[in-house]
Design a protein around this ligand. Structure first.
Ligand SMILES: CC(=O)SCCNC(=O)CCNC(=O)[C@H](O)C(C)(C)COP(=O)(O)OP(=O)(O)OC[C@H]1O[C@@H](n2cnc3c(N)ncnc32)[C@H](O)[C@@H]1OP(=O)(O)O
Length: 474
């Protein structure tokens, strides 16, 4: 880490200010305003601010309670500039901190090093060492992934997005490699990816690399350098945890999924998700879930699963029957609305064959119905809206009713007692009075909230429908 102090030692003026106490209270600067992280592939890019600059979710969280840096004075409007170069070859980092002077304006002088250590740990190196990593760690990723298994994952013939091993026009290959967390090198690789998790996954925290139930799926690009050497770059990864499912199966839960920003929006996230499904199907896993998925991940999953369900024959009669109910029926009758829900047997077969879990299936179900409706027919679309509104309402009531009756009891296990619990139901369940379960809630506010939620749900359905319709069907 280099400190570049412009303008010499602390000025006499600053010293005077310190003596008169807090005449000019330091308002500080938000960490996210003065820290920039650049992704670099070679030593030539280090020191330059022209490389790919990432947009971290929340850098402020690493800097005290208010996320601010205090005590620095800069040459321009920004009091201190922290530039960090992060190598995509070895994931080491190097930082340069530039400021004019420091002075305690009442809030101290923020020590930047511990905060940067919290993010990058031992990967934060001095410049000389950092530059050397581009040659010494040249084959770091290639050596580790050579022990992994390529996941066969062919989704559609027309679409080269997510085939098993994608050959590109430039001779490079894109593959998803699955690695079990049972060896030291995999743990080492993951520990080098942790800063990316902290910077780019909202609320992301490192997984426990000593737990053998974790696996990592890496999407990599393999390319030959001019000397004929194979270079392997990580484009993204997903960590997946195996949970026991009573009585004798396993569920896969996606803990973190991340595609490096320069490669986002190119189908790699989809490729990773399809690979996890592919493993779930081939190993007859119970189902696949995701841990606290972001809105965008939900959207991506909905696109992928809806597309898979669109060509899944066993659910077609159920879709047809709901669509005809929405076309002809008068949905003011609750009975017709509830008959628009998917039969349990249909959800079960989608879980068994496609490993789509029930909650996710219900999300896709609305899109599947909408996709098959005649959207020119106003009666159909009105009925669809009423149906969605009913479903949103029952989701909220059911959730609150469930939440008020549910409580968790921790139980010990032989691995880590913090990680297992039992869900208990209390018998005395009170019926919630309002849609938000608040007995004293104001009816018109509740109606407004409900309308907003329905509007949002309908917008999401239309967005996913448009995306899925644009994708060729298998
Ligand atoms: C559990 C958790 O980890 S929650 C946190 C999730 N991770 C993050 O937030 C970290 C930052 N974000 C990311 O890393 C990435 O954005 C990810 C992982 C969420 C998604 O990865 P990406 O590689 O960007 O997604 P990918 O390119 O595969 O898919 C995006 C597009 O493909 C579309 N798509 C999906 N299925 C298909 C398909 N069958 N055919 C064609 N396109 C498709 C999507 O609709 C989306 O299109 P749009 O955004 O242009 O409308």
């Amino acid at each position: 880490m280099a400190l570049k102090q412009k303008g010499g030692e602390i000025s006499a003026e600053a010293k005077k200010r310190r003596r008169v106490g807090f005449a000019n209270i330091d308002t500080g600067v938000e960490a996210s305003e003065c820290i920039k992280v650049f992704l670099v592939k070679s030593g030539d890019e280090v020191g330059s601010t022209n490389s790919f600059c990432i947009n971290p979710v929340d850098l402020n969280q690493f800097f005290g309670e208010d996320g601010k840096i205090y005590g620095y004075k800069g040459l321009r409007s920004i009091s201190v500039q922290v530039n960090i170069w992060l190598s995509t070859v070895s994931f080491h980092a190097y930082s340069e901190i530039t400021f004019e002077s420091t002075s305690d304006g009442g809030k101290g002088i923020t020590d930047l090093e511990p905060a940067l250590q919290d993010i990058f740990g031992e990967l934060l190196t001095e410049k000389e060492q950092f530059l050397q990593t581009f040659s010494t760690e040249h084959n770091f990723i290639r050596n580790i992934v050579s022990d992994g298994a390529v996941v066969p994952c062919k989704i559609s013939e027309e679409d080269d997005h997510a085939s098993n091993s994608n050959s590109k026009a430039d001779g490079s290959m894109i593959e998803v490699i699955r690695m079990k967390q049972d060896s030291e090198p995999v743990g080492l690789l993951y520990s080098r990816l942790v800063p990316l998790v902290l910077l780019l996954v909202d609320g992301g925290s490192p997984i426990d690399v000593t737990d053998p139930r974790w696996e990592i799926f890496l999407v990599v690009k393999k390319v030959q350098d001019p000397l004929g050497d194979c270079i392997t770059n990580v484009l993204g990864f997903a960590t997946v945890y195996r949970f026991f499912h009573y009585p004798d199966s396993t569920r896969l839960r996606i803990g973190q999924i991340l595609v490096l920003p320069p490669y986002q929006g190119q189908g790699h996230g989809r490729h990773l998700l399809e690979s996890v499904y592919s493993v779930a199907v081939s190993e007859n896993i119970y189902d696949v879930t995701a841990e606290e998925p972001s809105d965008y991940l939900q959207y991506l999953r909905a696109c992928i699963d809806t597309k898979r369900l669109l060509c899944f024959q066993p659910i077609k009669p159920a879709i047809k029957s709901v669509v005809s109910c929405l076309k002809e029926g008068n949905l003011s009758k609750r009975i017709c609305r509830s008959s628009s829900c998917p039969p349990a047997s249909v959800m079960e077969i989608a879980r068994q064959k496609l490993k789509i879990n029930k909650k996710q299936f219900l999300r896709c179900w609305e899109v599947l119905i909408y996709l098959n409706l005649n959207q020119e027919n106003s009666k159909c679309t009105e009925n669809f809206r009423a149906w969605v509104s009913d479903r949103v309402k029952s989701d909220i009531v059911d959730k609150d009713a469930v939440d008020s009756r549910k409580h968790l009891v921790e139980v010990p296990n032989d691995y880590d007692h913090d990680m297992t619990f039992v869900v208990c139901w209390s018998q005395n369940d009170g019926e919630p009075d309002g849609i938000d379960g608040n007995p004293g809630g104001n009816q018109s506010t509740q109606d407004e909230q409900l309308n907003e939620l329905v509007k949002k749900r309908l917008e999401d359905i239309v967005k996913i429908t448009n995306k899925v319709s644009a994708i060729p069907r298998n």
